[in-house]
Design a protein around this ligand. Structure first.
Ligand code: 5GP
Ligand code: ZN
Length: 106
């Protein structure tokens, strides 16, 4: 798959990875918009929220649980989660990703 985030999953492009398991990869955004700015992605290539199918519902639940896990890893008291959908929604990379933004980097 000729996709930037799939290439990061395959380690063809380096990233500052904070968590990896069978289904997810979490890494630092290259242009952070907050002191802590992580991207949480499923390893499975899904173009956007608009392309999520019923068979992905468990994976999408696990995406949220993965954000909770990394927030706990960083001892965050609060954080923001954001998903941009489509060009007009600000999505630039066409591989579904959840932004986690927080004020305190630890
Ligand atoms: P989007 O606008 O699609 O929701 O977010 C894409 C994000 O990916 C942006 O915040 C951008 O800074 C980040 N990004 C783009 N290219 C790379 C890259 O090569 N490595 C990393 N770690 N982040 C990237
Ligand atoms: Zn991809």
């Amino acid at each position: 798959m000729d996709c930037l985030f799939c290439k990061i999953v395959r380690k063809e492009i380096p990233a500052d990875i904070v968590l990896e398991d069978e289904r997810f990869l979490v890494f630092h955004d290259i242009q952070p918009k907050a002191p802590l700015h992580l991207l949480i992605i499923p390893k499975k290539h899904i173009h956007s929220v608009d392309h999520v199918e019923i068979e992905d519902k468990e994976l999408m639940g696990e995406l949220i649980l993965t954000s909770q896990k990394v927030a706990r890893m960083h001892n965050l008291k609060g954080y923001k989660l954001q998903i941009n959908v489509g060009r007009e929604g600000g999505q630039v990379v066409d591989h579904i990703h959840l932004h986690l933004l927080a004020d305190i980097a630890k």
